[in-house]
Design a protein around this ligand. Structure first.
Ligand code: GRF
Length: 202
């Protein structure tokens, strides 16, 4: 039976859209059963609703601490029988509690070649630093920021005269290709972690 997954997104949701499209075309053989956002105005929620996907918004402001916020999220995930989680522009750090509830079952995409340029401004930081090559990384989430075992990476060249905006557009285009492919491998149970190295079974 197909696995069921949730996408967590705080903003625009262009990666969510790529995942919605990939489920629709059967590139990803899993059910996108829930889209969660911590932001009521996130365009990601609208994209999900347009696609007929269940949405959930919870505001961290309504909880005394991060863990109780996540306990409520997890109870919804359990109700929706979610097998794995895909972070797509979710701008909030997960606590050890949520990560412990879904060990090796949470994926993230980061817009740089990790371990370079971790943090919330990966594209800007790489561009400002003047690198000639940057890219995107899909990885499992662990308790350190932008740190867990790497599933996939793709490089993007920074061309002469490249602006931040043009680089950002190139990175996003690559993300929309790489993330669905990585999630498809997850859906097919083909990702095996050995000593933080991710192998792809055939
Ligand atoms: C992407 O660049 C992703 O790598 C980062 O946040 C951004 C989200 O963009 N984690 P979108 O909301 O998917 O358009």
């Amino acid at each position: 039976m197909n696995q069921r997954f949730a996408v967590f997104a705080s903003g625009n949701g262009s990666n969510l859209q790529a995942l919605i499209d990939a489920v629709k075309s059967s590139q990803i053989r899993a059910e996108l059963a829930l889209v969660f956002s911590d932001q009521p105005q996130a365009y990601a929620l609208e994209r999900a609703q347009k696609a007929g996907i269940a949405v959930l918004h919870l505001s961290p402001k309504n909880y005394p601490d991060r863990e109780s916020f996540e306990r409520d999220i997890v109870s919804h995930l359990r109700q929706s029988r979610i097998d794995f989680i895909v972070l797509a522009g979710y701008m909030r750090l997960l606590t050890a509690y949520l990560i412990g509830e879904y060990p090796h079952k949470i994926l993230n995409i980061h817009p740089s070649l990790l371990p370079a340029f971790k943090g919330a401004h990966g594209i800007k930081d790489a561009w400002s630093y003047g690198v000639k090559v940057t890219g995107v990384t899909v990885h499992f989430v662990d308790e350190q920021t932008d740190h867990g075992p790497i599933i996939a990476q793709a490089s993007v060249t920074v061309d002469p005269g490249e602006t931040f905006e043009s680089l950002e557009a190139k990175i996003h285009a690559v993300e929309h290709n790489v993330y669905p492919r990585a999630v498809a491998l997850m859906a097919d149970n083909r990702l095996i972690i050995r000593d933080r190295k991710v192998e792809i079974s055939s």
